[in-house]
Design a protein. Structure first.
Length: 197
């Protein structure tokens, strides 16, 4: 009886060592064989050549503070330096956000844009959409944001959806007033209002 118990104890002792080692071996082979080999032909060689030729950053984000303390954040899908103009970065799918010290905010999106570090300004090119935290939605053909002052100005005619109706204006300027009490939206150069009471 003692010999049987001793054999059983030895078997249990060896099983405690051998079985975990077998499990580790099975897991390691599972991970080794689960990896697929990638064939170089899977990648489009044209894309690789384009990426190698062009300096580009994916999903960049720039941020800063204006003179009055407002925070500007610029984000994009991609950005690349402009080889013809020093200090200029060309941007795709540009998004600009300006958070004022009074709690107001402005968000702008455009298909393309550029940031000029020499002039300290960002240009949103093509169709630009602007939304303010107080309910204004604007569309225009381009905007310029001065990064030092936080002043935003349209390049041309603006179509506006306001909380009280619809408007068109020759230009819009968004800036902090002289008393720095908050952001002001100024519509100029011929304003037309369709009031919805």
């Amino acid at each position: 009886m003692t010999e049987t118990n001793n054999f059983h104890s030895q078997m249990v002792g060896w099983a405690k060592i051998v079985l975990p080692l077998c499990a580790l071996g099975l897991l390691s082979t599972l991970f080794l064989f689960a990896r697929g080999t990638s064939d170089p032909s899977d990648f489009a060689l044209g894309e690789v050549a384009e990426i190698a030729r062009e300096q580009r950053v994916s999903a960049p984000e720039f941020s800063g503070v204006t003179d009055d303390g407002s925070v500007i954040v610029i984000a994009a899908r991609s950005a690349r330096p402009d080889t013809e103009r020093a200090g200029t970065i060309t941007i795709d799918d540009m998004r600009l956000r300006l958070d004022g010290t009074d709690g107001s905010s402005v968000e702008i999106t455009a298909i393309q844009g550029e940031v000029n570090s020499v002039d300290q300004e960002a240009r949103l090119l093509g169709l630009a959409r602007l939304e303010t935290s107080n309910g204004y939605a604007l569309e225009t053909s381009g905007l310029v944001a001065q990064l030092r002052t936080g002043r935003i100005m349209s390049d041309g005619v603006v179509e506006i959806r306001a909380p009280f109706g619809q408007m068109t204006a020759g230009q819009v300027i968004i800036e902090t007033d002289a008393n720095e009490s908050g952001q002001q939206i100024l519509f100029t150069k011929g304003v037309r209002l369709l009031y919805n009471p």
